[in-house]
Design a protein around this ligand. Structure first.
Ligand SMILES: Nc1ncnc2c1ncn2[C@@H]1O[C@H](COP(=O)(O)OP(=O)(O)O)[C@@H](O)[C@H]1O
Ligand SMILES: [Mg+2]
Length: 251
């Protein structure tokens, strides 16, 4: 196993008594973006939730630079350097932006907490003049910034992002896309779930495709672009016409 890697090996997960992931093995290297693609219901969220310690696995392993994470609670996984950005940019709505960031920083000693909050505000300077705004009054894009900032405050070596652009305006999506590239350049490994495959493949070096709980592709984004039938197959696999036609437009 490589030293600088988050490695998932033969992971199987069931939800509601039904198998949802079957023998999934992936690697997320530091310092680059890895795209995790697949239709609705393919198991993308289940995979990142299991890596983050939120969902239990039936079997398999998740290790971060040699440390076994599977079976550890989400807090411990975060302390080992793996942060999760949940889908739908879920901020703590009743709290101000400052308190949302402070809540994420509670894992650190006070001095470190201040420093991490400051570092997060350097990534998202737009949040500086929103610090006393109640998070529920932010735009979707601003909420996503808060949630990514919360992830960065954990000082992660790996950041799992469940749906970067979902429900956000195109201008904010390109702003966030630039930011996650900067974050990757700092040496953080990013596992990116992103509905717009064109965007995901433009940002990522490697792509992974899940189809009904199984990994059907793992390779370079270029290889995936050159073999569009892989994605077509994966997005049509659910039998949902909408997902298939969206893909056809994007490709
Ligand atoms: N809370 C849940 N309870 C039971 N089954 C679930 C739950 N959430 C998701 N599932 C099932 O797990 C499968 C994978 O879902 P999910 O990981 O959310 O897929 P994706 O993120 O790729 O859209 C789907 O078949 C879905 O119905
Ligand atoms: Mg999902």
């Amino acid at each position: 196993m490589a030293e600088s890697e988050l490695a998932v090996h033969n992971l199987s997960v069931a939800r509601g008594g039904r198998p949802v992931l079957r023998d999934v093995s992936i690697n997320v290297p530091r310092g680059e973006i890895t795209a995790l693609l697949g239709a609705n219901g393919a198991g993308k969220s289940t995979l990142v939730l299991t890596i983050a310690g939120v969902l239990p696995a039936l079997r398999g392993s998740v290790s971060c630079e040699g440390v076994q994470l599977l079976g550890q609670p989400p807090d411990a996984v975060r302390r080992h350097g793996v942060a999760l950005v949940l889908e739908g940019h879920p901020v703590l709505t009743g709290l101000s932006v400052r308190d949302n960031l402070a809540a994420a920083a509670m894992m650190h000693a006070r001095r470190d907490a201040e420093r991490e909050i400051e570092a997060a505000l350097e990534i998202f300077p737009e949040l500086r003049n929103r610090l006393s705004t109640a998070a529920q009054n932010l735009s979707g894009g601003q909420k996503q910034m808060v949630v990514i900032a919360q992830g960065m405050i954990a000082r992660p070596r790996y950041l799992l992002i469940d749906e970067l652009s979902f429900g956000l305006a195109p201008s904010i999506v390109s702003r966030l896309a630039e930011t996650i590239q900067v974050i990757a350049q700092r040496g953080i490994g990013i596992l990116l779930i992103e509905q717009f495959t064109t965007l995901a493949l433009a940002l990522a070096k490697t792509a992974l495709v899940l189809e009904r709980g199984e990994l059907v592709f793992s390779g370079s984004c270029e290889e995936l672009r050159n073999n569009p039938e892989i994605l077509h197959g994966a997005y049509l696999a659910t039998g949902k016409k909408l997902a298939g036609s969206e893909m056809a437009q994007e490709l």
